[in-house]
Write a protein that binds this ligand. Structure first.
Ligand code: XIL
Length: 340
């Protein structure tokens, strides 16, 4: 049913703007009701939707029974990503036996509430099930391809963009020496993208990584890979910038870095934003990142890596927009202002 709302992207891939487009339409209509000028929306999702973007959160299905958690999610966000339940260890705990229970719960919640779903992540060196870790050569290759077909195939039509490959580069721009790299050689990343394209022709296909918040050796290596993929017709649509940050982060080239990828011809997404710190210093980092995305036409949205500090993977660093009581922090106000 979502396909009715999809528009064709530049390279023929359907760009999944369904929930965003619908929400943007509502926001525009609401704005017109009140004023001839743009009406500032008062939630993250509605504010992002005014410029056709999404604002999402990483979600854990087990917390959906907590009213503060689910109420904040539903009020503020128009996109969901699974913090863990769509990873390889969760979805294929034994070879060929898939478990989609957690992911299906998230997709159902998103669809019932008009939200998009990002897919995270098909292939990664971490959170692999034990049975994958012992595989070698073509056996590992076949396991990777079967995993992509199984998971991306199951969710085909439900996912706006997939993180097909996660964290495959080192800081110095070399390939990370994972089992995938060592067993399969340099071609494994594009093999994964081809398999994802076959399993879900409608989702946008992203490469996702951290430490890419500046023009540096790592982001440049990824930039070169994307340029090469585009030149050779390997199906890639987007690059995810995780943006796990702290108040000391040097963001002087953050926007320029997003822009150079956009100029290559891919969308860019802020996929796992969180900022260790507190108060104004934390708020300023959030503001800078949000303004950078807003300034880059092809920055399609921002996902924060959790809703409340109390459940964050970096809980000690209080990196999110809502405190442990679901109260809005200064960082929240900075993001909302930047979106508007
Ligand atoms: C993290 C989750 O937040 C944790 O709950 C889990 O224990 C480990 O993984 N980069 C990624 C995410 O791409 O999948 C990671 O998520 C954080 C770093």
């Amino acid at each position: 049913m979502f396909n009715d709302h999809l528009a064709r992207g530049a390279r023929g891939r359907v760009r999944a703007a369904f929930a965003t487009a619908a929400a943007a339409g509502l926001a525009v209509a609401a704005a017109l009701t009140f004023t001839n000028n743009a009406q500032a929306a008062d939630t993250l999702g509605a504010s992002a939707a005014e410029s056709g973007r999404y604002f999402g959160a990483a979600v854990v299905p087990n917390h959906l029974g907590e009213s503060g958690y689910v109420d904040t999610l539903n009020a503020e966000f128009n996109s969901i990503v699974a913090e863990n339940v769509m990873k390889w260890d969760a979805t294929e705990p034994n070879r060929g036996q898939f478990n989609f229970s957690g992911g299906d719960q998230l997709v159902a919640h998103a669809q019932a509430n008009g939200m998009e779903v990002r897919g995270h992540t098909l292939v990664w060196h971490a959170q692999q099930p034990g049975w994958v870790q012992g595989l070698t050569g073509d056996d590992l290759r076949q396991a990777m391809l079967d995993h992509i077909a199984g998971v991306a195939g199951h969710y085909a039509g439900d996912i706006s963009s997939w993180d097909v490959v996660n964290e495959a580069f080192e800081w110095d721009g070399s390939r990370r020496q994972s089992n995938l790299q060592q067993q399969l050689g340099d071609g494994w990343i594009e093999e994964a993208f081809w398999a994802a394209d076959q399993a879900d022709p409608n989702a946008k296909l992203c490469y996702n990584d951290y430490g890419t918040d500046a023009i540096n050796a790592k982001s440049t290596a990824i930039y070169d890979m994307v340029a090469d993929f585009l030149a050779r017709g390997v199906p890639i649509d987007c690059v995810g910038f995780q943006s796990h940050l702290s108040t000391g982060a040097d963001l002087s080239t953050y926007q320029a870095n997003l822009q150079r990828f956009a100029d290559l011809g891919v969308d860019v997404e802020i996929t796992e934003l969180d900022v260790g710190g507190s108060g104004s210093a934390q708020a300023e980092v959030y503001r800078t990142v949000t303004e950078a995305c807003m300034a880059v036409d092809r920055c399609t949205g921002i996902t924060v890596w959790g809703i409340t500090d109390k459940y964050s993977w970096r809980s000690d660093e209080t990196p999110l927009l809502f405190d442990g009581d679901y109260q809005k922090k200064e960082a929240y106000s900075a993001v909302l202002a930047a979106l508007n």
